[in-house]
Each structure stands twice: as structure tokens, then as C-alpha cells.
Design a protein around this ligand. Structure first.
Ligand SMILES: C[S@@+](CC[C@H](N)C(=O)[O-])C[C@H]1O[C@@H](n2cnc3c(N)ncnc32)[C@H](O)[C@@H]1O
Length: 203
């Protein structure tokens, strides 16, 4: 769906619901961090709404996305704010290095087909004690992406199934909880989509 996200990039931040969602997610992540500092990588950053909310809590931030247009929007904000410790990188999977203290993603993992591979990559990328944060949709009936003909991801995700994948990838502590609800109009009717925030820590 990279072409879809490229086309959405210039108007992504005009939706106040996306700003609110990122702000509440950042609050949830900060509450689960033992102390500020270290390196953060946000995977599927879009225009950087989550990573830029968290930027002042980290010494270095890498914003990674498959969409060049999304990253261009993020870059404009980074330059305007003169955030010299924030970098952008175009990629379709987690990089292998440098080691990170936190990896975060918001509304991205349901687009990733190989979930076990994602948890293995995240575990390899994190430094000892590093934390993985996954914020995403609970299982839904498929209506969320019904209008996207090229959507090939998951109709939401079961956080308990993800927790099992995380443990299989050697994460030591895994927990998850509901923390936010997206309101979206589907087929003319209002729908509610609850989100979970999962945290997994490398021993
Ligand atoms: C629903 S948007 C969420 C954007 C941002 N996290 C937010 O909450 O505003 C999903 C983002 O994930 C990116 N994405 C999806 N699959 C990806 C992949 N395999 N690698 C990198 N980025 C990906 C898309 O380009 C898009 O920017």
C-alpha cells in the first residue's frame, strides 16, 4: 500500500484524530520507559507523528518508513524544528543496526505479513534491556481497510498471539493493554476500533 500512503502524505497531519492518537500513544510509551535517553527507532513512522512526540525523551531518533512522501513530510518538520538528533530512513523492514534502546510502531504491524520475522528482527536490533512498543488494532471484521483494494495485511491483530511470537523471539517481559479507541465512519456508519499497546523487553 505504499502508493496509497505516498498519496495520503501531504494531508496526513490535517486529521486531528491522527494527532491525538499519536499523542496518547507517546504518553503510553513514556509511562512504560524506565528513564529518558537512549536511541529510538520508529518503524512505519509516516509523517513522524509518534516519533516527533517522543523526540525530546531520546538522545537519537530514527524515523523509518517505506513511503518516500511520508518521510518527506517528516523531514520538513524535523528541519523546521531543527531537531538535529532525528534522522529519516526509507526501508521496508527493520534495519539490522545500530542497536536501539526502543523500537516503536503505531498502526503499522497489521500491514506486515511476516509477524514472526518482525519480532525476530526487533529482538536482534534492540540492545540488552531495550523495549519494543507495538500499538495497533484489535481483530476487526475487515471493514477498516475495505476500501483499499491492495491491502494485503491483517484484519487487526490479537495481542496475545503477538505476545506468544514475542516470547518465541526471546523477549523476556511482555504485556499489553487497551489504551485508545479510533472513531471511524465506515459505509456511512460510525465505528469504534480499540487499540492495544504491547510492550516487550529484551533481557
Ligand atoms: C497507518 S500508517 C501509520 C503512520 C504513523 N505511524 C501514524 O500513526 O501516523 C502506516 C505506515 O506504515 C508504513 N509501512 C507499512 N508497511 C511498511 C513496511 N513494511 N516497512 C516500512 N513502512 C511500512 C506506511 O508507509 C505508512 O506510513
Amino acid at each position: 500500500m505504499t502508493r496509497y500512503f505516498d498519496a495520503q502524505a501531504s494531508r496526513w497531519d490535517a486529521d486531528p484524530a491522527k494527532l491525538t492518537r499519536a499523542r496518547i500513544t507517546a504518553e503510553g510509551i513514556r509511562a512504560l520507559r524506565p528513564a529518558p535517553g537512549g536511541r529510538l527507532l520508529e518503524f512505519g513512522c509516516g509523517t513522524g507523528l509518534l516519533g516527533l512526540q517522543l523526540a525530546e525523551s531520546f538522545d537519537a531518533v530514527a524515523l523509518v518508513d517505506a513511503s518516500a512522501a511520508m518521510l518527506a513530510q517528516a523531514r520538513q518538520k524535523i528541519d523546521a524544528l531543527a531537531l538535529n538528533h532525528v534522522q529519516t530512513r526509507q526501508a521496508e523492514r527493520l534495519p539490522a543496526q545500530p542497536p536501539q534502546d526502543a523500537v516503536a510502531c503505531l498502526m503499522v504491524l497489521h500491514h506486515v505479513r511476516d509477524l514472526a520475522g518482525f519480532f525476530a528482527d526487533a529482538h536482534a536490533l534492540l540492545a540488552p534491556g531495550g523495549q519494543l512498543f507495538v500499538a495497533d488494532l484489535y481483530p476487526e471484521d475487515g471493514a477498516f481497510h475495505r476500501q483499499h483494494a491492495d491491502f494485503a495485511g491483517h484484519n487487526g491483530l490479537d495481542p496475545e498471539a503477538l505476545a506468544q511470537l514475542a516470547r518465541a523471539a526471546d523477549f523476556a517481559q511482555v504485556r499489553h493493554a487497551p489504551y485508545f479507541t479510533i472513531e471511524k465512519t465506515v459505509d456511512g456508519a460510525p465505528r469504534q476500533y480499540p487499540l492495544f499497546l504491547l510492550m516487550a523487553q529484551k533481557a
